[in-house]
Design a protein around this ligand. Sequence first.
Ligand SMILES: [Zn+2]
Length: 918
Amino acid sequence: MGRAFLLAAVLTAWALPADARQPDAPDPEELLLLRTMQRIEMALVASDRDAWLALISTNADPSAASDFFDAAVPRGVTRAVVHERDRQALDGALPGDGYRMIVEVFIESGARGQLSTWRLDLRRPAGAAVDPETDDTPWRIVAHDRLSQLDVLHRLELNRERMFQASNMVLTSVDYQLRLTTGSVFVADTEEGVTALVLLGEGLMTFQPTPKTERGQVRLFAGDDKVESRFDTAFVRINPYDFDEALAAGTLTSAAADGRLLARAREVFDEEVSRSFSLDLSDMSRDTWSILPQPGDVLAEVRTRRWRTLTYVRSGAEPEDVTFFDRERQKNISIYASPQKLSSRGPFYNEDDLTEFDFLNHEIDVEVFPERQWIAGTSRVTLRVKAFMVAALNFKLADNLTVSSVTSQELGRLLFLKVRNQNSIVVNLPAAFERDYELTLTIRYQGRLDRQTIDSESTQSDQGVRRDLDYPVVAAEQNWLLSNRSNWYPQSPVTDYATATLRIAVPAEYFVAASGVPTSSEPEPLPPVPGMPARHLFTFRTGHPVRYLGAVVSRMTRVDAATVALDIVVPPPPPPAKSVTVAELLAPPKPPPVGGRNPVDLVMMGNRRQEGRARDALTTAADILRFYAGLIGDAPYPAFTVAMLESDRPGGHSPAYFAVLNNPLPATPFVWRNDPATFTDFPEFVLAHEIAHQWWGQAVGWKNYHEQWISEGFAQYFATLYARERHGDSVYRSALRNLRRWSMDQSDQGPISLGYRLGHVKGDSRVFRALVYNKGAAVLNMLRRLVGDDAFMEGLRAFYADHRYRKAGTDDLRQAMEKASGHPLERYFERWVLDSSLPRVRLSTTIRPDAVEIGYEQLGEVFDVPVTITLQYADGTSEDAIVALTEASGTVVLPARARVRGVDVNKDDAALGTFDRR
Ligand SMILES: [Zn+2]
């Protein structure tokens, strides 16, 4: 099976779906087929080739059947299980005469296990009699094929006889060390060698990440730039090869097992062994089966005295191969790439590089029952193989949803496995398929799905709770948001741009807004079904690729609509290149210009109490759409709906084609004050931020979690630009002040590039918004002031055009801005986005009759920082100049047009950092 499968299995446990086909009281015909499966089991357990051959049809090739059996059966079989998973009538066979069966076969040989999927074609010869004495099944195998097989599985057990005395035994991995100064080591072995260890005694664990940013995160957790703790118990999984190396160091000596220590070690082992590298085979076996870590991979669960269990994982297959986390609190303390990993992949990565399939199109029919929070869907997804070769497909779907079938237009019924607690399904393909192979899968599923809450843009719930509430709270109208975190339809493990058709059926009193252009302004009544309430169908076509599909269901009405004409000045096409480079020839073709200059169909919806608000927001929403389309020269999606909803918490969410705005009712216990996302003197701010996501976050995505500022920082900056457009300079300046305040307050929590991990360790999401949203916006604003308005806008448009319907990162932005401005900007992004420090500048001003001389010195690291210097003239007027500080120290002379009374530095708050006057 492919890497995708194994990745999913690591650090979790998965289960096969229970066989739903098993009837309560099987009829005699069913019993005959069941008996056939049992006879295969018996042949396997006894390694009895003749018993297998007795089941082979006389029309089949006996030597092929013999070879198949020999290849399938390992030595020393102790148990075998054969379970039917799927059945179809065999081509040309009458019902009851022939079946094509998919069966799962699990064979144990002592502590080794082997799980495989077979396809068996069975026929019942005409007139075959059943002789209960000799041959109690008339079914014969006419064809057989092994579709897939999992690598060897191990049932691990602690070795009771083997104990080691440790004296300064050291296990090391990247930036990590476990030292057992003195104590005992128990092991679990396999034929390949030792793969699990329990350490008891006097130990010391040290984790000291090399990257500066990660040391900063560790400092937030431990108060020091390394985590060091004594421990008395640890559980370790390694590859046997790595254990042999540790053993060779001579720090372990064999000793007689001590019963009391063994009992303690077994307790630890039993608790930890199923947590990682282990599989739950459900009805095939009740035992825990484990896979071996790859050479170099390590997992250590260390019960520290100070922080309880801290887990270290080195996993070479991940783009960031080192992880250190707090097991109890489920917090990632540190995640990064080792030097080895960086040398193989470079400093930046795209999460798409790990996916094996490209999801091209979704066709989803879904029935939504909002009151029961239940959905039932059929999804037809078209995929293309991206990897060199794959034999399994991984897709995401909420754990609560039960899949009843997966079929492929090209390959027929397919076997699937549910990965437990991972919102993930693995589909086994009957063979390995090469790059560019296209297939269409139909997946049927249903189940309960809780409402997705808006957390990414919402306020801090434990801040500003009004405890003095003494009047009744009006219940907010409920809404049901199915979006990026609901996993409500089968989707790629990471977001993947695709087109779609959505057909959503809801009870007639509900309305739907979703990703795509609605095919009609009114829903289509569905034919009545006896015993069911009246239902309406909403259809949406998503002709332009979207990162993910969203939908919101609520009791709402379509309040108003408008066609928003976009007045876009088209920049002249670039002159044709004189010669074409190899890189240009190999580059993927740019998407053709879409109807980005066509009008956008804008629809306003609202819950009953929000209808007025929705109506009022129409002109503002139209104005914002026009403004952004004018800046970028394109509108990525031809339709946009704003749904004004109710909630006890304010917030917004903006999938492609629509946005949801949560409006708190007057008596809400939550207030949105003192939050980085709040701009009190600019009421349209949330709407402006959410609409900006159509360009940033949706049309242009982000390559991995480090790059989320491409979405949030840009949306925040665009909202700030709209504030100036709409309300003028004073509101704009107050917005800049707000950006600066939050950036200055929280910058020491880590760089913008930490994304969701900002504030994660201490559980304060305001840190994330302060830095990814506000500092991100401030950094864009400073970039604009550094390279100039024209170069900035040209760079921004080029960046957008090159990455529309794709994912982008900081380095792509740097290249676009460098090209447009001619400035080298590596240091700019390095300092402002990838690092967390701020400029510390000391300035001196000397006023001369015709000029002002500004001397500066950067006391810390050298930044590129544009600062506004304001000359206050004696006549009461003033003049602003942007001075770019780009050296460790320097002098700038500003001409003065009159007598200067005073000089202000950074009066507009546009620059981040401290600027002290000497
Ligand atoms: Zn946002």
